[in-house]
Design a binder for this molecule. Structure first.
Ligand code: SF4
Length: 293
């Protein structure tokens, strides 16, 4: 049997924003048991990873889509993607104890959006319209906001306002964003302010993933099915021409995928905990003989 090798990206597991959100939630749940006995809720899942959510639910976290089911005095965790400003106001009126786990980088983009709105700019967000981060961001950016997700949509952009502020969902591809920005720059608006709001961790993760994908026979991208950055990592690895498998956990690794593959690469989305990555590596190793680098 040929000597096989597994290359794991130097940046795997939680990013700092996700780590922070999980720690804040854990602390709130700890406090609940020991002292306050308040119920702990999140509006939607605090991060896009089913294994982590399952563990937090076991410890008492309740996930809901509606504030109506939450009682005054209960704890509400704002997830790492942020929340719509209207919902935050409603939660304050209900006298919920809010723990804001919005990633500081996402919060920064929200503040840029508010600044642009206040200065009379129409805000254009490059991102996925349905993603919770974009839904929340849009609420901060005001009613003149447009969300676009592709170069073709950018080319067709028509806005009444002459002053445009361009921002991106933090997990967008930087190269795609640059193309979209230069296309909008060619539309002749009087003022165009472009902000690079893409998270650097995401960019570095993508760069390392492409480097590894270029050197291996098969690439595994580990992360939740709803995770936007995991999806993007898988797309860019696939675009290198290397066989790419997007999986949530070790149980999804199939032995036949490894047949004839001597070099195997691994990366993960930002909301995938390190222990899930370790289990995938273990599973791959158990199905073949590998050197890990
Ligand atoms: S990927 Fe970046 S922006 Fe998103 S939660 Fe992590 S650190 Fe924050």
């Amino acid at each position: 049997m040929p000597k096989r090798e597994i290359k794991i990206s130097k940046i795997c597991g939680f990013c700092f924003g996700v780590q922070r959100a999980v720690e804040l939630t854990s602390k709130a749940l700890g406090n609940k048991r020991e002292a306050s006995k308040r119920n702990v809720w999140s509006l939607g899942e605090i991060i896009h990873n089913p294994q982590v959510i399952k563990k937090l639910k076991k410890r008492g976290l309740s996930v809901t889509k509606s504030l109506n089911v939450i009682n005054p005095g209960d704890i509400l965790i704002i997830r790492s993607h942020g929340e719509k400003i209207e919902k935050i106001e409603e939660a304050k009126k209900k006298k919920l104890k809010i723990i804001d786990a919005t990633c500081p980088l996402v919060k920064n983009v929200q503040q840029i959006a508010v600044g642009l709105k206040n200065e009379g700019f129409a805000v254009v967000i490059v991102g996925d319209k349905k993603h919770p981060e974009v839904v929340a961001l849009r609420s901060f950016a005001g009613k003149n906001t447009k969300v676009i997700s592709s170069l073709s949509e950018a080319k067709k952009l028509k806005l009444k306002k002459k002053k445009i502020g361009l921002i991106a969902q933090t997990t967008q591809s930087l190269s795609d964003y640059k193309k979209i920005a230069s296309s909008i720059a060619g539309l002749g608006y009087k003022q165009l302010h472009i902000f690079n709001t893409i998270c650097e961790t995401t960019v570095i993760r993508q760069k390392l993933a492409v480097e590894i994908a270029g050197k291996v026979d098969i690439m595994f991208v580990i992360g939740g099915a709803q995770s936007a950055n995991t999806q993007r990592l898988a797309q860019i690895c696939f675009a290198t021409g290397t066989a790419t498998k997007k999986i949530e956990d070790a149980s999804q690794v199939k032995k036949q995928w490894l047949s004839g593959k001597s070099k195997i690469g691994i990366t993960s989305g930002t909301s995938t905990p390190g222990w899930v990555v370790e289990k995938v590596v273990k599973s791959i190793k158990s199905k073949t003989t590998l050197r890990v680098r």
